[in-house]
Design a protein around this ligand. Structure first.
Ligand code: NAD
Ligand code: DAU
Length: 353
């Protein structure tokens, strides 16, 4: 069996669903169920004996030690994190707690348990750490894309906390020989994406007749990858990634934010025309920029392609259409994640200056 942390969040839940659909071993899923964690994402697995959900914190050393001892996983995949840059600017503390201290405690628990293993279970064990391209900082328009050799230059409390966790993972390999691999991926999109992030926020606000808040000039560039492709990359790295290595994962799909918003609006215009006419793009509004906003991310994903034969299956056109369709068909999911806590966040963060 494998132990997944953060498997009730956006990418983690997509990973668990895809993993079991592909016939993978049973999953123990440890998740704290923060505002971003949602057991409903895993509803398709209700009653499925291959999925054991455990409500808890990666920083709870005793709990993690017990899970490792009881289930003897052949791999641990660490998705658990605070993941939203804007929240890290408003309140960085939880990012340090979970992404830095939590990852440290998780590594310590794994090191203690793994240290007692022998033979094939010890040789075969993997700690796969899921990280982000944001650790590399920001690129100028003509700079080459981030390779795995790019210097770490994190600019937000979120990316700094992820960079710290990457360094700890690396150090546990270098110092203790823990069998780790790390993935650094670009911006994901797809089903179960919490509507505080750009793409789902735009879909949800458009349908609700609300403003579509574009930060600054909207010319910041991100590389976008369909979440199912990120999951297939992680499966491949788990299967064949070299120990102690990092793999950049990306979609070869750089786009400025404003273009993303326009594509989303055009798809909504086609699939759910606005009552009363006009385009959803009429709701677009430029708002105050994110402090310290990184201008451009771009991923050079040649290493994972060359070494492991992975490449994305979706184009942006196919992926974004599926995503918009999913949100149109899952309005009840959106309504249920919009809890009181979510409404408070929107009211505070997007309040007029
Ligand atoms: P998310 O915020 O949607 O989900 C995070 C999950 O972790 C939630 O289910 C939450 O309840 C859980 N969690 C938080 N703190 C925890 C703790 N202390 N113990 C146990 N569980 C805890 O995040 P996501 O977008 O699914 O991202 C997953 C991982 O992938 C993160 O590590 C993130 O840094 C990384 N990543 C995300 C993206 C992206 O575009 N979303 C891209 C690259 C890398
Ligand atoms: O690059 C990978 C990272 O992508 C992950 O590590 C993070 O966990 C994930 O949240 C994401 O970070 P970003 O900051 O790039 O994603 P976000 O969806 O918050 O914003 C994408 C871009 O859109 C960014 O340039 C900011 C802009 N934006 C965002 C929001 C929420 C807006 O213009 N308006 C908005 O309301």
């Amino acid at each position: 069996m494998i132990l997944v942390t953060g498997g009730a969040g956006f990418i983690g839940s997509n990973f668990v669903l895809d993993w079991l659909a592909a016939g993978g071993e049973p999953v123990v899923n440890l998740d704290k169920l923060t505002y971003a964690g949602n057991r409903e994402n895993l509803r398709a697995l209700d009653g499925d004996a291959r999925h054991l959900f455990v409500h808890g914190d990666i920083g709870d050393a005793q709990l993690v030690a017990g899970l490792l001892e009881r289930h003897q996983p052949r791999a641990l995949l660490n998705f658990a994190a605070e993941s939203h840059v804007d929240r890290s600017i408003h309140a960085p503390g939880t990012f340090i707690e979970t992404n830095v201290v939590g990852t440290f405690r998780l590594l310590e628990a794994v090191r203690a348990w793994w240290g007692g293993l022998q033979g094939a279970p010890r040789e075969g064990f993997r700690f796969l750490h899921v990280s982000t391209d944001e650790v590399y900082g920001s690129l100028a328009p003509a700079d080459p894309a981030f390779t795995e050799q790019h210097q770490y230059e994190p600019n937000s409390p979120y990316s700094a906390s992820k960079a710290a966790s990457d360094h700890l993972v690396r150090a546990y390999h270098h110092t203790y020989g823990l069998p780790v691999v790390t993935t650094n991926c670009s911006n994901n999109y797809g089903p179960y994406h919490f509507p505080e992030k750009l793409i789902p926020l735009m879909i949800v606000n458009a349908l609700a007749g609300k403003p579509l808040p574009v930060y600054g000039d909207g010319r910041q560039v991100r590389d976008w990858l369909y979440v199912g492709d990120h999951c297939s990359a992680i499966r491949r790295v788990l299967e064949a990634g070299r120990l102690g290595e990092t793999y950049n994962v990306g979609g070869w799909n750089e786009k400025p934010n404003i273009e993303i918003v326009q594509v989303v609006c055009a798809l909504l215009d086609e699939l759910r025309p606005r009552v009363g006419g006009g385009s959803y793009a009429d709701q677009l509004t430029y708002v105050k920029d994110r402090p310290g906003h990184d201008r451009r991310y771009a991923i050079d994903a040649r290493k994972i392609q060359r070494e492991l034969g992975w490449r994305p299956a979706e184009t942006f056109e196919t992926g974004i259409r599926k995503t918009v369709q999913w949100y149109l068909e899952n309005g009840d999911w959106v309504q249920r994640v919009q809890s009181g806590a979510y409404r408070d966040w929107i009211a505070t963060h997007y309040a007029p200056a």
